[in-house]
Design a protein around this ligand. Structure first.
Ligand SMILES: Nc1ncnc2c1ncn2[C@@H]1O[C@H](COP(=O)(O)OP(=O)(O)O)[C@@H](O)[C@H]1O
Ligand SMILES: [Mg+2]
Length: 177
């Protein structure tokens, strides 16, 4: 057991309560709500989580468990990053919106130490980690999951500090809005 185990357990709980992918038409799912991530758990770590969710997003076709895994990994990474600095308020903002053309965009913006520009692509390499107990596998697994859904996953710098991790998932053309 490492010191971070309780945090991971808390986030699994949080992630379960995240209605990230909506099942409203059999196997077709929508990213429409990430509504329940208010999480006293995250607040217990000194992190406040804000949700900015677009209403009435169209349906996407996706694997609920895989997309939750992606979200969970991105959330844990953001909280790890923010826990590593005591600099200023620790805020994670999760937002969803339409991204033209024909894709939903999910954005996680944190106020951690951010990513050095030269390392932005290294993040997605297997075994790349800056954590003592890190595996460095999370993002290298998230990217092919998103690409298998026909989307993209990338990192950039947040302003004035922190990191932004974003991914798209295409809208399902077979389902009317
Ligand atoms: N939100 C973030 N802010 C700053 N660095 C990050 C963030 N997310 C990921 N990283 C960097 O990317 C590395 C790789 O992440 P990941 O593949 O999930 O592996 P791990 O979490 O095991 O280190 C992390 O060790 C960290 O250096
Ligand atoms: Mg990780």
């Amino acid at each position: 057991m490492t010191a971070r185990t309780p945090v991971v357990a808390e986030l699994v709980t949080v992630s379960r309560s995240v209605q990230f992918v909506r099942y409203s038409k059999r196997e077709l799912k929508a990213i429409s709500e990430v509504n329940a991530l208010t999480s006293s758990e995250a607040r217990g770590k000194g992190v406040s989580v804000r949700m900015r969710l677009a209403e009435d997003l169209p349906f996407i076709k996706g694997d609920r468990v895989q997309l939750q895994q992606v979200m969970l990994n991105l959330i844990i990474n953001a909280i790890d990053a923010m826990s590593s600095t005591s600099d200023g308020p620790q805020e994670l903002t999760i937002s969803t919106r339409m991204n033209e053309p024909g894709a939903v965009l999910v954005t996680l913006s944190d106020s951690g130490p951010g990513i050095a520009p030269g390392n932005i692509e290294r993040l997605f390499e297997p075994f790349y980690t800056t954590k003592t107990n890190g595996m460095g596998m999370g993002l290298s697994i998230c990217r092919p999951i998103i690409e298998a859904h026909g989307g993209r996953l990338w990192a950039s710098a947040n302003i004035p500090r922190g990191a932004i991790l974003q991914f798209t998932v295409p809208v399902d053309p077979a389902v009317p809005p």
